[in-house]
Structures are given as C-alpha cells and as structure tokens.
Design a protein around this ligand. Structure first.
Ligand code: ADP
Ligand code: MG
Length: 397
C-alpha cells in the first residue's frame, strides 16, 4: 500500500483519497462452464490489484500503472479505444458500461499496483475491472438496479460507504462482464467477476451460472492451494477462447437445447453422428465438467478431499482430450504433480492455452511439492517455474 501511495504522490503531486483492492481467482473445478450456463467452483486468492485514486474536477481520467510505461488519459465524455494502450480498454470499457446504466461520474486520477500475474489464468482482467468499478463507487457513490442506476447508497455514520450487498455485487459483476465482452472483445462468462466480488476467506465459491446464484462451502483440511505458472502466456483476446465458445453454442443448437447446461451424456451419445466433431468434443467437456462440479461439491461437503482431487485430474484430461485447451507445458505440470505423494489433484485453471495449473497439496508437503515441481519443470523445458501457495481470501472492497 505504501509503495502505491508513494507512486501516486510522485505521479500526481498529491495524495490519493481512496484505495480499493480486488483479488484474482483460481478456478477450482468447472472449466469453461460459466458461459454455458453451467456450474463452477472458484476461490478468491491473495493476489490483488490495488487502485489508489483521487477525484479531479476537469472531467479527465488519468491512469498510471506501476507495471506499464504508458499513461492513459481521456475525458469521461469521450471514451474511445487507443490501440497504443490496450490495457486501458478494461477501465474504459467499464466506465462506458456504468454510463450506459445512467451512472454519473466525473474525472479522477488512478494509480495501479498488481500482484496478479497477467495472463496466467488468475484473472487479472476481472480484478482490474472490479477494482475500477469500486474506485468509481468510492469517488462518485452509485448503486445499480436491473433497470440502470439507482439512488446513491447513503453513507454510514463514519461517512464510509455501506458494504456491497449480494444484489449490488451481482449487478457489478454483470457490468464488468459486459465491459470485457463488448469493449475488450473477449466473450467470457461471469466466473471471474463473480469470484473477485463474492470471495470469502477459506470458502469455495459455488456458482450456478443458469440461476445466477452464489453459495459458499468451507475448504476444510490441511490443504494448500498451489498455483504453478507455466510461463506460457495465453492470448485470450479474440482468439481460441471465442472459438471454443462458438463450438459450445453450435453444439447446443444442434441438440436443440438453450445451452449445454441442459445437455446430458446420454443426449450427446445419441446425437454423436449429428454433431460436428469439434462441437462434440467441446460439449463432452462441458457436460462432464458440470457433472464433476455437482459430484465435487458433495465430496467437499463430506471432506472427501482425496476423491475430490481425482476429479481435478479427470477435468484436466478432458481439457486435454476433449476441449483442446491445454498445451504441452500444462500437461507436463500435471504429469509432474501426479508423481508427488502430497498432491491430491492437479488441473489447468482458467481459460487454458497456457497460464497456470491448480494443485491441491497436503499442507505439510507444499514446499517440497513446489521445489520438486520447479526442478522437474526446468529439467524438461529449460524454463523456470513460478509457483505460489495461495491463501483463500475475501472478495473486493
Ligand atoms: P487473465 O485475466 O487471466 O490474467 P487476460 O488476458 O484476461 O488474462 O487479462 C490480461 C490483461 O488484463 C492484460 O494483458 C492487461 O491488458 C490487463 N491487465 C491486467 N492487470 C493489469 C494491470 N495491473 N495493469 C494494466 N493492465 C492489466
Ligand atoms: Mg481474464
């Protein structure tokens, strides 16, 4: 926080008035299910984007990022893409979404610091959007309704804003998703934004993307959540991600269901001949993932972590074989993880095509696991492995 405060002071010549923070997330189980109205389990983790902000009275937004040299500067009444600063599309897209809902706000200065690796599958993009939404709320208080902007929230006794309730979080998540879909150009679902907003310490977030409900289930046991970053950057914007989504939608259409949430394994087998091969592969993955999340939530509730871990391995195999969103580096990481006695399960997490794996490891063996993974990965690929033992944390505030 101090480092960011100093950076803000140095860049803007005055102190910030507010700080907001949004966590990244790890997708525990339920891969690419969110935009198929499916089921997914996630964890908010202790990697954050922090924004320091202060209002301006000239209608200008100026954003400086500790990780990027460019300065994004634009008027709130003239928000357009600038190809020279692609990362600014995230806050710009979100501000446009707020405006479309009738939220009124003026200019501000913002400085950004992040500990979420970009493009690793931990959803830095959602944390960036969510933190922007919360920063604007602090500076220019607003609330959302289904129909657009509502009355600003009444400040509490100490002039602080009331915490976001369930409804506000859900509406903000939708605004963030719309920004990513419409302005950035990634047809992502709601998983990332919901996770960053709804996280709770040492709880698994269970999201039903058909009914748009969120529940929590404690993550018991002496378990460490270890994330291993392959160092291979995925490129989600406009690419493979949207391709997989198109196959899922095409499969649902052929099956005559509103989304793959309504498809069953029997339906897939009966319609094998009708489905285009890639549509079939993608549908098998999604239908299987929904089943695994259902089974997995029962196992978690019964503290059957060994059995739960096995589902992670099946999920990865389905990514590799059916959905084709793995890559040799991720496969290697999962193979290495399997050989460690302390590892209960491992799979790619997030979009895939690079990025990171999630590993559930017995806590007392987590450091040994990291060391062995790093040695094995470097020996096979010549690449250094970055890994983290993640704490499961509360959502954005
Ligand atoms: P992921 O969300 O898995 O990290 P994405 O490709 O969806 O991967 O999002 C990464 C993009 O989000 C970056 O390329 C950058 O444009 C933007 N972004 C994320 N964090 C920051 C940050 N701290 N500062 C500026 N841009 C960021
Ligand atoms: Mg993202």
């Amino acid at each position: 926080m101090n480092e960011l405060r100093d950076f803000f002071q140095h860049q803007f010549g005055a102190a910030p008035t507010h700080f907001v923070q949004a966590p990244g997330r790890v997708e525990l189980l339920g891969n690419h299910t969110d935009y198929n109205q499916g089921l997914v389990m996630a964890l908010a983790v202790d990697k954050h984007i922090t924004l320091a902000v202060a209002p301006r009275n000239d209608g200008v937004v100026e954003i400086r990022d500790m990780a990027f040299p460019e300065v994004a500067r634009f008027r709130v009444d003239q928000i357009e893409k600038d190809p020279a600063i692609p990362w600014a599309n995230y806050p710009k897209g979100l501000l446009l979404q707020l405006q479309q809902r009738g939220v009124k706000f003026g200019g501000f200065n913002a400085a950004i610091r992040s500990t979420i690796p970009l493009g690793a599958g931990l959803s830095s993009s959602a944390a960036f959007l969510v933190s922007t939404a919360l920063a604007v709320r602090k500076l220019y208080p607003y609330s959302l309704t289904d129909a657009g902007a509502g009355a600003p929230p009444p400040p509490e006794a100490n002039s602080a804003l009331p915490p976001l309730d369930y409804m506000q979080k859900m509406l903000l998540a939708k605004a963030c998703q719309a920004a990513e879909n419409q302005f950035v150009g990634v047809n992502c679902g709601l998983l990332d934004h919901i996770s960053s907003l709804f996280g709770q310490a040492w709880q698994v977030i269970l999201i039903d993307c058909l009914h748009l409900t969120v529940n929590w289930s404690p993550l018991h046991g002496d378990i460490a959540v270890v994330v291993c970053h392959s160092g291979v950057k995925h490129a989600l914007v406009g690419g493979e991600y949207n391709d997989r989504r198109a196959h899922c939608e095409s499969a649902a259409k052929t099956l005559g269901v509103p989304s793959l949430r309504f498809a069953t394994p029997e339906m897939l087998e009966a319609n094998q001949a009708k489905l285009a091969p890639r549509d079939l592969g993608c549908a098998r993955h999604i239908v299987g993932e929904n089943q695994r999340v259902t089974e997995g939530s029962q196992l978690l509730a019964a503290d059957k972590l060994v059995e739960f871990g096995r589902l992670l391995l099946v999920s990865h195999e389905s990514s590799r074989h059916n959905f084709l969103n793995s890559c040799p580096e991720l496969d290697l990481l999962v193979e290495l993880a399997k050989t460690h006695a302390g590892c209960l399960g491992a799979r790619l997490t997030g979009g895939g095509f690079g990025g990171a794996t999630l590993n559930l490891v017995r806590r007392d063996q987590a450091e040994d696991f990291r060391a062995k993974m790093a040695a094995g990965y470097e020996q096979k690929t010549g690449r250094k492995l970055q890994s983290w033992i993640c704490q499961v944390v509360n959502g954005a505030a």
